[in-house]
Design a protein around this ligand. Structure first.
Ligand code: NAI
Length: 283
């Protein structure tokens, strides 16, 4: 009841204008889903070439979804695609984009210093009501937020690849994220048609915290010679009902990404055996 009378600027804002920074694999997926669910989206990247590749990929993906969604009406298919596309603008100027956004979602390279530098610049440019979120997989949201003066209006929105297909968004709350901001992020996740789960700002959040050690255990099992990679994958698919085995999953996530995550955790949590590096991924 009291929340209805909150004076917070963030709570009064219904997130409508969204800036997505990074038009790569994740950013283009987030931009697509946000536009398809009625948000005005500005997608930012470093060059126009990257952005035109991203918009072409978004258009193709919307087309595939439209074909399934409106199987019997070509007219409905094309208006679904053109409506969503009409809500996406592209820009190579994040500062200008930030000025009119309710929410900035960052999906750039997975590097703490680069993310911090980026958000410091955005903090100076964005209106005070604008909420910031990072899609980082393995970095601390609090450490990224510490580069800004709006730690109360900063949280994590962790999407999964491919964003249009995967139904989950992990909404991450740091000790400084305000209740209003957190609720706005949850509401935004739901407005995208996703199921949201809530997690504290802990390494790997929920999904990767469980999945990465599991994939590493599979590699250790292989390195000990206990079983072959093929048999481990078959075993987990048929014995545990997983759609992919751990090696297929590691390939899908990307061995470089998997290695980056495990090496980062090993450096940060040297005493936790779950994050011990595995030799075939260390170099
Ligand atoms: P990506 O390499 O496909 O895309 C990153 C994009 O950001 C590139 O297009 C790059 O040109 C652009 N970029 C880099 N620095 C920039 C800057 N300063 N300003 C504007 N654009 C910039 O990477 P991906 O896979 O989309 O990952 C992005 C983020 O999402 C990372 O933090 C990653 O950890 C996270 N993530 C990745 C998942 C995955 O399965 N790939 C899943 C969930 C989160």
């Amino acid at each position: 009841y009291s929340r209805a009378f909150s004076t917070s600027a963030a709570l009064k804002t219904v997130i409508k204008n969204v800036t997505v920074i990074g038009g790569g694999l994740m950013g283009s997926g987030i931009a697509q889903v946000a536009a398809a669910t009625g948000h005005n989206v500005t997608m930012v990247d470093e060059t126009d070439e990257i952005l035109s590749r991203s918009t072409a990929a978004i258009e193709r993906s919307l087309g595939r979804i439209a074909k399934k969604k409106f199987a019997d009406s070509e007219k409905a298919q094309s208006s679904y695609v053109s409506d969503a596309m009409s809500r996406i603008q592209i820009s190579i100027n994040p500062v200008a984009a930030a000025k009119k956004s309710d929410l900035v979602i960052e999906a750039i390279v997975e590097n703490l210093e680069i993310k911090q530098k980026f958000f410091t610049t955005m903090d100076a440019a964005a209106p005070s009501h604008t909420i910031f979120a990072s899609n980082t997989s393995s970095l601390s949201i609090g450490e990224i937020a510490s580069a800004t003066k709006r730690r109360d209006r900063f949280g994590g929105l962790h999407f999964f690849n491919p964003v249009p297909m995967m139904k989950l968004v992990e909404v991450v709350k740091t000790p400084e994220t305000s209740t209003d901001t957190f609720q706005q992020l949850v509401n935004f996740g739901k407005a995208l048609g996703k199921t949201t789960v809530e997690c504290k700002d802990t390494p790997g959040f929920i999904v990767n915290r469980l999945l990465v050690p599991y994939m590493m255990e599979a590699v250790r099992m292989l390195e000990r010679g206990d079983a072959t990679a093929k048999d481990i994958d078959t075993a987990m698919k048929l014995g545990a009902g997983h759609p992919m085995g751990p090696f297929e999953l590691a390939d899908y996530v990307g061995l470089d990404t998997t290695r980056f995550i495990i090496n980062g955790w090993a450096a940060k949590f040297p005493d936790n055996p779950l994050s011990n590096p595995v030799s075939c991924l260390t170099n």
